[in-house]
Design a binder for this molecule. Structure first.
Ligand code: UD1
Length: 420
């Protein structure tokens, strides 16, 4: 298994090109199931997760073909020949559940392995299933699989989510584009990735209003057609590299980064002493003087994203003073804390909150990545720590961050991948 070795202490300077958003690409790729015609997606990041989803689509009979040399443009299309999403693929990536809505809408049946728990909590899919049932699907859970049928097709319905769920909103949104009649999704999630999916669906012929709000109204149409769509930039990658510039005391230009997608993160970082300004092509980020402790609480968009919590905590671990970081979206999402403490951080977890008392420096150590965002937080810690850090289990990192070591090394970091 590959590892990453970092020798910390070098300020980062230069430019990092922000990749297309993983969390936008995955639902966009599953939208390819909604038509037999070609959906051409550009700026798709080359990551383990997008490759896994490509394999899943191929399993359903859909061709996923690269256009051009760089692998970032995919042409997706073809008739669905198999409606089963097998355990072996779904277990690798929970977002595989996003094929359920499109498959049901297109073929009136789907058999999708239940995603299990994951490192950051139980993560149920009840909201996806209840919503589809409200739209007329008959769902049975058997042998670890979701068996879903909609013998008379899906019907429009008004679905009020008890809490915003990104995945459930996306699944039901896609299902609703081909349902009979009008569907209203209320208290829907409104992450930029959902807006991106809406924009693509509209380009495919879907009728959606309320885009960008927590109330989406979808009037079903009889079929969708092919389209070309460019994936938005990855706001979590942008926020992560903004933390890298701030923590090392350098200055980075994040090409393609967007302030409007990062709202709460940018506000919190600037309160903590990080200067972020918009440029013609992205964002420029540098630390002003010292960093100081500022509280953060994770919330659905436009609040502070749970996917930035671990990275922000690293920043706070070397800030002056204390801060409280509260996680409200996922249980068990503090697994990076013991690893950071092994590097000399002073973090105490009390239920959903972590008290971070800033320390003057971190020390390099061998550490273990536990999930995607936790693993990149350990890389950030390694960039600022004295001495050498080895991050083990980097396959987590490869699921969501494109060429992380290459991008950081090009800006002056002493970082390398050790194949293993
Ligand atoms: C997506 C993102 C993930 C991010 C998360 C929250 C993708 C591929 N992944 O995950 O990176 O951390 O949003 O921003 O886009 N819940 C239920 N029942 C359900 C569905 C969700 O109780 O049926 C709960 C979850 O356990 C969690 C909360 O709702 O506590 C939010 O989860 P959700 O927004 O659905 O996250 P994902 O779509 O899985």
């Amino acid at each position: 298994m590959d590892r990453i070795r970092i020798r910390g202490g070098r300020p980062l300077h230069g430019e990092i090109s922000i990749s297309g958003a993983k969390n936008a690409s995955l639902p966009l790729m599953t939208a390819g199931l909604l038509t037999d015609e070609r959906l051409v997606l550009s700026r798709v990041p080359v990551l383990a997760d997008t490759q896994t989803l490509g394999l899943l689509l191929e399993q359903h009979g859909i061709a996923v073909e690269p256009v051009g040399q760089d692998g970032h443009t995919l042409s997706i299309g073809g008739p669905i020949t198999n409606t089963e999403a097998p355990y072996d693929i779904v277990r690798k990536m929970r977002a595989s559940i996003l094929v359920l809505g499109p498959l049901l809408a297109r073929t009136c049946e789907a058999r999708v392995s239940l995603p299990g728990g994951c490192a950051i909590g139980t993560r149920p899919v009840d909201l996806h299933l209840k919503g589809l049932e409200q739209m007329g699907a008959v769902i049975a859970l058997e042998g670890g699989y979701i068996n879903a049928k909609a013998p008379s097709g899906l019907q429009g319905a008004t679905i009020v989510f008890p809490m915003p769920s990104v995945g459930a909103t996306e699944n039901l949104l896609m299902a609703a584009t081909l349902a009979n009649g009008r569907t209203v999704l209320a208290n829907a999630a409104r992450e930029p990735e959902i807006t991106d999916l809406c924009d693509c669906l509209v380009a495919m012929g879907a009728q959606i209003s309320g885009i960008g709000t927590d109330r989406l109204t979808i009037d079903g149409v009889s079929s969708l057609h092919g389209a070309a769509h460019q994936v938005i930039g990855d706001r979590i990658e942008t926020g992560t590299y903004a933390c890298a510039a701030a923590i090392t005391g350098g200055e980075l230009h994040l090409q393609g980064g967007r302030m409007d997608h990062l709202g709460a993160v940018m506000r919190t970082l600037s309160e903590a002493g990080v200067e972020i300004s918009e440029t013609a092509t992205g964002l420029s980020v540098k630390r002003l003087n010292g960093l100081h402790g500022v509280d953060a609480i994770t919330e659905p968009y436009p609040g502070f994203p749970t996917d930035m919590q671990a990275q922000y905590m690293v920043l706070m671990s070397v800030a002056q003073g204390a801060s409280m970081v509260t996680e409200t979206i996922f249980e068990n999402r503090f697994m990076h804390v013991p690893e950071l403490n092994r590097m000399g951080a002073n973090i105490n977890v009390h239920g959903k909150s972590a008290i971070v008392r800033g320390v003057p420096y971190l020390s390099g150590a061998p550490v273990m990545a536990t999930d995607l965002r936790a693993s990149v937080s350990l890389v950030l810690a390694g960039l600022v720590a004295r001495g050498e850090t080895i991050v083990n289990r980097v396959y987590h990192l490869d699921r969501g961050f494109e060429h992380v070591e290459r991008k950081l090394a090009a800006c002056g970091a002493d970082i390398e991948r050790i194949p293993g």
